[in-house]
Write a protein that binds this ligand. Sequence first.
Ligand SMILES: NC(=O)c1ccc[n+]([C@@H]2O[C@H](COP(=O)([O-])OP(=O)(O)OC[C@H]3O[C@@H](n4cnc5c(N)ncnc54)[C@H](OP(=O)(O)O)[C@@H]3O)[C@@H](O)[C@H]2O)c1
Length: 261
Amino acid sequence: MAENNKESETGARRAVITGASSGIGRATALHLAAKGWKVVALARREDRLAALADQIGDACEYVVCDVTDEASTQAAVDTILHGGDVKALVNCAGGAIGQDPIESCEVEDWRRMYDVNVLGTLRITQKLLPALKAAPGGGTVVVVSSTAGIEPYEGGGGYCGVKSAERVLAQTLRFEQVGEPLRVIDVSPGMVETKEFSLNRFHGDQAKADAVYAGVPSPLTGDDIAECIEWAVDLPDSVDIDSIVVRPRAQASAQRVYHER
Ligand SMILES: NC(=O)c1ccc[n+]([C@@H]2O[C@H](COP(=O)([O-])OP(=O)(O)OC[C@H]3O[C@@H](n4cnc5c(N)ncnc54)[C@H](OP(=O)(O)O)[C@@H]3O)[C@@H](O)[C@H]2O)c1
């Protein structure tokens, strides 16, 4: 068995999690902290991050950061690196905007999605790479993309495109860094019922957001995805889980979802 990565020579391992103010990112912060990691929670909403830090206690720091803003991301990285080593980066910041067909969708929605999901991941990953590779035992980049990046669906042109680009970013980084002390893990979830994802997608329309999950027995939760992430990052440093594709049992594909009547 390869040496595991449970604790570095300098103490608890430290993980940076973007999109930690809600959903999958928040759940990941809670899971990793419960496993003995120190977590640095990033997002734009400070009140949410402060509440998370209160809940976790000493093992949680937070830094307000907008990953679509170069200066904000650089300032966050400077603060993070000032605080110590970084062994893992979990890129959760992102989401969908709109579900309109290509004939009538908004160009601006696609641009915003690309900016937060793809360029946001690129901005912070690029800046933290040297620190991740310098971490005792090596570092890990997790990219939370989506099954939307594997199989397009009607109305998903923009979101499927950016999630596909995120998957490609992860694969390319793995190619480029082979031989370096770095793992790159793609996590591609199917339907996850988080409070804000669909609400944001449908511009605050709660009825439309609720309809996504109506009648679907047990969609995935943020905790389910956090558990997958926790498992993958807690494996020995030499073990790279390239991709985790995870769906609820009731979802065979994006378009083939079982609904209870
Ligand atoms: N829910 C699903 O069904 C599902 C399925 C597959 C993949 N995913 C992906 O999983 C990730 C997390 O989704 P989720 O369901 O947890 O959604 P969520 O609850 O809406 O969380 C999105 C997170 O991203 C942060 N964020 C958004 N824009 C940001 C920006 N410009 N800078 C920094 N942080 C930003 C939000 O925080 P602030 O607003 O506070 O900044 C929030 O913490 C996303 O990339 C999503 O595409 C979701």
